[in-house]
Design a binder for this molecule. Structure first.
Ligand SMILES: Nc1ncnc2c1ncn2[C@@H]1O[C@H](COP(=O)(O)OP(=O)(O)OP(=O)(O)O)[C@@H](O)[C@H]1O
Ligand SMILES: [Mg+2]
Length: 457
């Protein structure tokens, strides 16, 4: 356990860092300004100071200089805004241990802190690699990182921006963060930003008073009202118009709003999780998305990997969806033929997990036996990779293409022919090493030798 001081004039950042670091097992002090930070450094045995740069009164840079004078060995980590890289340079010149740019990734700050504390000999930080929800499937390193992140940030109040391609599980992750947070007993309210016309934005989000405009036939509390003390999930947040961006920002800054037609102010306490499949940082650069709003929303950014970046999870997901749809369609649990699985492993999933789920759902619905063959998989062929449309390896091996041919020849003959071809294939693959070929086919060397003789090979 280490003792860490967090200096930031923004309450949400102090809260976020202290919850995060306390979860990691550290003792955390906070100070809202540099002067106070300096006092705390004088009164406590600290292992690390994390300070924002731009603060009212004494700046982070001044604090850094003072600290370096009085406690030359105390590592100081500087938080800088992404918009002002020159601050980082100055800080490093003045002896900062490192700097981190807002918005920062949780694993990034944890790594830096571990390194900084490593210098003073502190404990290793534990990681939690359990899926936070039983319906989020994955074991790839990419997904384990996401699980770890969700487990770390869920209990904090930090606003989260989840970005990634369509169908990668953004909403699922948002829901998991809410379910694992202190607000879990309150509502998770999804708000699809592009589905609300600009003119109705305020009344939909903040509610209205009966009679305040034509059609306002009753009092409403609005979606933010429903989400009070819970989580508002702003889906497709990249689609907000300049006007609605401004309206949202004001509410986030002031933590209060007025319902349409109301004179009273309503206070709110809502955690915002937003999602987008746009590159919001690029939208900020190009002036289409307000930078100040971006920083409010993206205190913790989470990037969902595309399925094609974590193909290793495909068999696990297939299994999960096979069970799910067998139950839904009230069928026996099915499995995929090995060629069908090969086809799925070869595909690149522009629609990500949603697409894989649809493929399996149709496969289960269409299949007449309990083995799903490639022909029951409806991949949009123009999206299929070139290799995937070639005949199946077993098809090549058996040399049969139609059911008629198959039944004419009969099971025993086909199996025997198939076996012979497999033996040859295994020998070719292992450059004629009988031992390795036997391994490849997962049979003993003795039975491999026996089969070679049987086929006169
Ligand atoms: N890791 C996962 N394990 C199991 N199911 C998943 C996983 N990720 C996504 N899904 C499923 O895939 C579908 C799409 O997920 P979700 O709606 O969360 O995606 P999204 O990123 O919000 O997509 P969009 O950008 O199109 O809104 C859902 O049915 C969800 O349950
Ligand atoms: Mg979604």
């Amino acid at each position: 356990m280490s003792t860490i001081l967090v200096v930031d004039d923004e309450l949400s950042m102090r809260e976020f860092l202290s919850i995060l670091l306390e979860k990691e097992g550290h003792q955390v002090f906070t100070a809202a300004n540099g002067q106070r930070g300096l006092e705390m450094a004088a009164n406590h045995e600290l292992d690390l100071v994390i300070t924002d740069i731009r603060m009212g009164g004494m700046s982070g840079l001044d604090l850094l200089k003072e600290l370096k004078d009085s406690f030359p060995d105390l590592p100081v980590l500087i938080i800088t805004a992404f918009a002002s890289p020159e601050d980082a340079v100055t800080a490093m010149k003045n002896g900062a241990f490192d700097y981190i740019t807002k918005p920062f990734k949780v694993d990034e700050i944890i790594t830096i802190i571990t390194t900084a504390l490593g210098a003073t000999g502190s404990a290793v930080i534990p990681t939690q690699l359990q899926s936070p929800s039983q319906d989020i499937i994955g074991q790839s390193p990419e997904m384990l990182k996401i699980f770890d992140l969700i487990n770390r940030i869920a209990p904090t109040q930090a606003n989260v921006l989840i970005y990634g391609e369509s169908g990668t599980g953004k909403e699922l992750v948002a829901q998991a963060i809410h379910n694992n947070s202190k607000a879990a007993s309150h509502q998770f309210v999804p708000i699809t930003c592009n589905a609300i016309p600009e003119t109705l934005f305020e009344s939909e989000l903040f509610g209205h008073v009966k009679g305040s405009f034509t059609g306002a036939t009753a009092n409403t509390i609005g979606l933010f009202g429903q989400a009070n003390n819970g989580t508002a999930f702003l889906d497709e947040v990249g689609e907000l118009t300049p006007l609605t961006q401004t309206k949202l920002l004001r509410v986030l800054q002031e933590r209060e709003f007025k319902r349409v037609g109301d004179t009273q102010i309503t206070k709110i306490n809502v955690r915002i999780i937003s999602a987008t499949n746009r590159d919001l940082e690029a939208e900020v650069m190009e002036g289409r998305f307000r930078e100040d709003l971006f920083y409010r929303l993206a205190v913790v950014p989470i990037r969902m990997p595309a399925l094609r970046e974590r193909k290793g999870d495909v068999p696990l997901l297939v299994d999960f969806f096979l069970k799910k749809y067998a139950a839904i369609f009230d069928k026996e649990v099915m499995e995929l033929s090995s060629y069908a699985m090969e086809v799925l492993m070869d595909y690149d999933y522009p629609g990500n997990i949603r697409e894989l789920e649809n493929i399996i759902e149709r496969g289960v619905a269409l299949s007449t036996s309990n083995i799903i063959l490639p022909e029951s998989l409806t991949l949009s062929s123009h999206r299929k990779k070139a290799g995937a449309s070639q005949p199946a390896l077993p098809e090549k091996l058996v040399g049969l293409h139609s059911e008629e041919e198959l039944f004419e020849e009969g099971l025993e003959k086909i199996v025997s022919r198939f076996e012979k071809k497999l033996l040859i294939c295994a020998l070719e693959k292992t450059h004629y090493s009988k031992m390795r070929a036997a391994d490849l086919l997962k049979i003993s060397f003795r039975s491999f030798r026996y089969k070679l003789q049987k086929h006169n090979l």
